[in-house]
Design a protein around this ligand. Structure first.
Ligand SMILES: C[S@@+](CC[C@H](N)C(=O)[O-])C[C@H]1O[C@@H](n2cnc3c(N)ncnc32)[C@H](O)[C@@H]1O
Length: 203
C-alpha cells in the first residue's frame, strides 16, 4: 500500500481489496441487517418508493429495501470490486453503478424518494461526512436513512475501525447533532448490536 496515498484513495483500495471477503460475510450480517431494515421501513414508508443506497458495498442493505416493498432500488459505490460482487448477488433486480458519494453528478435534485447509507458515514471525517449528507439530502424527496454505529462497540469491530482509521468514535458522539443541523426533523432508533437507524426527514 502506498503510504503517500490520499485518505480517499487508501479507503477505496481497502474496500476493493476486501470486496470478495465482504461478499462472503453478507449471510452472517443478514439477521442484524434484516432487523435494522424492518425498523427503518417502519420509520419511513418505502412502499413503491425509489431508493438510492450510497456506499452500497455488496448490496446487502439495498436488497432489503426491495424485499420490504420499495419500487425501485439503485446502489452506488466508489470501489469497483464491491460493485462487481453486488451485481453478481443482486444485479438482476437492483441497478448498481460506480460513483463517489461526495458528488453524485448523474442524478438531479430529488431524483429519489429515499437516500440511504449503511456503515459508510462513520468511515469519513466530519467535514466530508457533512458533504456526503448534504448530497444525500439534495437527492431525496422524503428522507435519508442512515444505518450505522451507536453505543458500545465490540472489541473486534474496534480493531477493524482502528485499522481503517475511521472516525467512528467521534461519529458516535456527534452524528445525531450533525443530522439535526441539516434536517428539520430527526429520529434515531437504537438497535441491540451497537448500531442505530437514524432518519433525517426532508419533508
Ligand atoms: C463498511 S462498507 C459498507 C457496505 C454496505 N453499505 C453494507 O452496509 O454492507 C463501506 C462502503 O462504502 C463505500 N464508500 C466509502 N466512501 C465512499 C464514497 N465517498 N463514495 C462511494 N462509496 C464509498 C466503500 O467502498 C464500502 O463499500
Amino acid at each position: 500500500m502506498n503510504l503517500k496515498d490520499s485518505p480517499d484513495n487508501r479507503h477505496k483500495r481497502i474496500f476493493n481489496l476486501i470486496a470478495p471477503v465482504y461478499g462472503l460475510l453478507d449471510r452472517y450480517v443478514r439477521r442484524n441487517f434484516e432487523a435494522a431494515n424492518r425498523i427503518a421501513c417502519r420509520m419511513v414508508d418505502v412502499k413503491g418508493k425509489r431508493v438510492l443506497d450510497i456506499g452500497t458495498g455488496t448490496g446487502a442493505w439495498a436488497a432489503l429495501f426491495l424485499e420490504n416493498g420499495a419500487g425501485e432500488v439503485h446502489g452506488i459505490d466508489f470501489a469497483e470490486k464491491m460493485i462487481r460482487v453486488a451485481k453478481k448477488h443482486h444485479g438482476e433486480f437492483i441497478r448498481f453503478n460506480t460513483g463517489d458519494a461526495m458528488n453524485i453528478e448523474n442524478f438531479e435534485d430529488q431524483s429519489f424518494d429515499i437516500v440511504t447509507a449503511s456503515f459508510v458515514l462513520h468511515g469519513v471525517k466530519e467535514e466530508k461526512r457533512r458533504m456526503i449528507l448534504s448530497e444525500m439530502k439534495r437527492l431525496s424527496k422524503d428522507a435519508v436513512i442512515i444505518h450505522d454505529y451507536h453505543g458500545p462497540t465490540a472489541a473486534f469491530t474496534r480493531f477493524l475501525e482502528y485499522m481503517e482509521k475511521s472516525d467512528y468514535i467521534h461519529f458516535k458522539s456527534n452524528f445525531y447533532n450533525e443530522l439535526t443541523e441539516m434536517f428539520p426533523n430527526v429520529k434515531r432508533k437504537n438497535l441491540r448490536n451497537g448500531a442505530a437507524v437514524y432518519v433525517g426527514y426532508v419533508s
